[in-house]
Design a protein around this ligand. Sequence first.
Ligand code: ADP
Ligand code: NA
Length: 345
Amino acid sequence: SNALRPRVVFSGIQPTGVPHLGNYVGALRQWVQLQQQPDTRLIYSIVDLHAITTPQAPEKLKRLKRETLAAILAIGIDPDRSILFHQSSVPAHSELMWILACTASVGYLSRMTQWKQKLNLSPTSRLEDRPVGSRLKLGLLSYPVLQAADVLVHRATHVPVGHDQQQHLEFARECATNFNHAYGPHLVHPETITPPVHRIMSLTDPTSKMSKSHKNDRSRILITDTPDEIRAKVASALTDSLPGISYDLATRPGVSNLLDILSIFDAQQRSPAQLAQAHAETHPRQFKAMVSDAIIQGLHGIRSRYVELLDTESAYLDHVEADGAQKARQSAEETMQLVRMAVGL
Ligand code: ADP
Ligand code: NA
């Protein structure tokens, strides 16, 4: 059972370039913190095969993969502690995906929500609808099978996922169940680890989450923004005209989002509500300056390391890519030997 096995954590991020504060707080910071856990194998992937389920310009994708790698290293992922690799450098992910696909239900996939969101379709759209069938590509529909393979090929016991990904992990467990039912108990059922904090909202529209797909650059803070950029973005963040500072996500989403951010980086680890109390009388401009200072402090060193890696440490990045690929291939191959034997391949 999982209790007797060493913990194996798998997590992936798409190569979309420099992560924003939401990605950092909601996912990447936890990757770094997990490095403190004893007896835990950490496997982190830049999932480039997932990226191509939507159109990508090849040269740009190449650059974004490299920038994502540099950003992950800059936040403190240690490639001697964590296996860090580009998904496409380990063909076993695709091989296991095919094998899982042979016992995966299209009905289940069609009921999932992400392909509909990515095509801007209504949640009630169905695979059988005529315009849907021609627009929807097989890769996008079967994306969750590749995600299942990512996790299962490394025998991950724990997967840190945001709330939006719970459905996909449930599907990964279903894939493991289907495989094990057909071929014997070779695949491990992964559990989720949910990030401790809630979502960071857009600075310009605090009722929607901070996201790279938001058009307005001022809506998000990148983890490599300069202190001046951070100050300018926080200063222009949408708040309200109510007096003072108070925490109420429903009626004061802008101020509450800033309190959430302040709380995340607070040295005294105060809750947003406690911080609201402490700053009830603080002028909004001064409050925003404090939030900026906290973010600048919290992200300190990331930008300079990122720039240094990309500008002067190209050979080191090559080495990390090659070494990570080799370690990840070895991890995946252990599972694939069992799988191929079980299936009769
Ligand atoms: P985006 O919404 O910018 O496209 P992704 O969907 O690629 O971000 O998410 C990558 C990771 O970052 C996921 O684990 C997701 O849960 C987390 N994440 C993304 N946006 C936020 C946010 N605004 N607040 C907290 N976590 C977030
Ligand atoms: Na997203």
